[in-house]
Design a protein around this ligand. Structure first.
Ligand code: AHG
Ligand code: MN
Ligand code: MN
Length: 331
């Protein structure tokens, strides 16, 4: 018998690990993800493929599904009474909880649709979320209210839409996974306390950017490619799904190291991934599973954010390999 997500949350609430507001918020996220899942599953049939014809604040072309998923997320959490505000990859600024709804004690940040370039080719995509406490002292939250270190997250997770729809969650007590039963519409717990092995023979990086990387990454990936004959002394396999959700899911399920380093293409963009709603929630999950996540210099969760949409270099996964590439940055 699999445990339902509802029962899981109720047990956490009874144990005092989460309060009623957080439980309701997590239930709302699970529920709205079924609506996104429904659009994803039907694609062309419900007219959700293709571009929206607009750009987001980061200058990226929005896909129809980016915009639709953002709307579903906003509508799915704003009524709960659990949040003081939210922030999204697809919104220029944060959205304080609208007047007509009760304000709660949490903030939620999200990437409503991760892996946008995979939408139209029916490849894995996902939704990422990060939850922190709202500042108790301000009347209305602003972008600054969200600029807390990843260490302060109280919950984080993702939903991966692929052959199976899987919700992965941490509330700071390990990482658990729930598979959606598409017939009953219920998430059921299928993995508990997932751990990442410290060693690996699998890496993920977009090799097409190689000429733009800095020296430490050139050195490290060179050593991975040298395999048995190089200084690491073992052969590596490579994967690239082009959706962080899918890369992190693979690392959580069978280990590995995932990298999206800083490169020299555009000095205003120190990396591609965004700290607040991509790197931080994933780093929280990875650490909770016994892995490590750094930007090459410091732990992702210890970075003091300066801007809502700031980008960051990411090295995450198997402890031994992340520590190796991080050490190369110090030399
Ligand atoms: P998003 O679709 O939310 O903008 O994020 C895409 C990100 C991330 O999920 C993935 O790891 C990376 O971009 C893929 O980048 P490449 O285009 O370099 O493959
Ligand atoms: Mn993303
Ligand atoms: Mn996105």
């Amino acid at each position: 018998m699999f445990k339902s997500f509802k029962q899981y949350l109720t047990e956490l609430k009874c144990a005092g690990t989460i309060d009623a507001e957080l439980s309701l918020l997590l239930e709302a996220v699970a529920s709205l993800s079924k609506d996104i899942n429904d659009k994803v599953r039907h694609g062309e049939l419900v007219g959700v493929l293709g571009t929206a014809g607009t750009d987001n604040i980061q200058g990226e072309q929005q896909k129809k599904l980016d915009v639709i998923s953002n709307e579903i997320f906003v509508n799915g959490v704003q009524w709960t009474g659990s949040i003081a505000g939210m922030a999204s990859e697809e919104m220029d600024h944060c959205l304080p909880t609208p007047q007509q709804f009760q304000r709660g004690q949490y903030l939620i940040m999200f990437d409503p649709l991760d892996g946008s370039s995979n939408i139209d080719i029916n490849a894995p995509i996902g939704t990422i979320f990060s939850i922190t406490r709202a500042p108790a002292t301000v009347d209305e939250v602003t972008d600054e209210s969200f600029l807390n270190k990843g260490r302060e997250q109280v919950a984080a997770g993702y939903i991966m839409y692929s052959p199976q729809t899987i919700l992965t969650l941490t509330v700071g007590e390990g990482v658990d996974m729930f598979t959606l039963n598409n017939n009953t519409g219920e998430y059921l717990q299928t993995r508990s306390k997932v751990t990442i092995a410290p060693q690996t023979q699998e890496f993920a990086i977009n090799m097409s950017n190689q000429r733009h990387w800095e020296a430490p990454v050139q050195r490290y990936v060179g050593e991975l490619l040298a395999g048995k004959t190089g200084p690491i002394g073992k052969d590596f396999n490579m994967r690239w799904v082009a959706a962080m959700v899918a890369e992190v899911h693979r690392v959580l399920c069978r280990g590995g190291i995932f990298m999206y380093p800083k490169d020299n293409r555009d000095p205003s963009k120190p990396g591609k991934l965004r700290l607040m709603y991509e790197a931080n929630p994933m780093a929280f999950l990875i650490e909770q599973a016994g892995g490590v996540a750094t930007n090459g210099h410091e732990n992702i969760l210890d970075i003091q954010p300066e801007k809502l949409h700031q980008r960051v270099a990411v090295f995450l996964g198997a402890k031994e390999e992340v520590e190796r590439v991080t050490a190369y940055h110090k030399n």
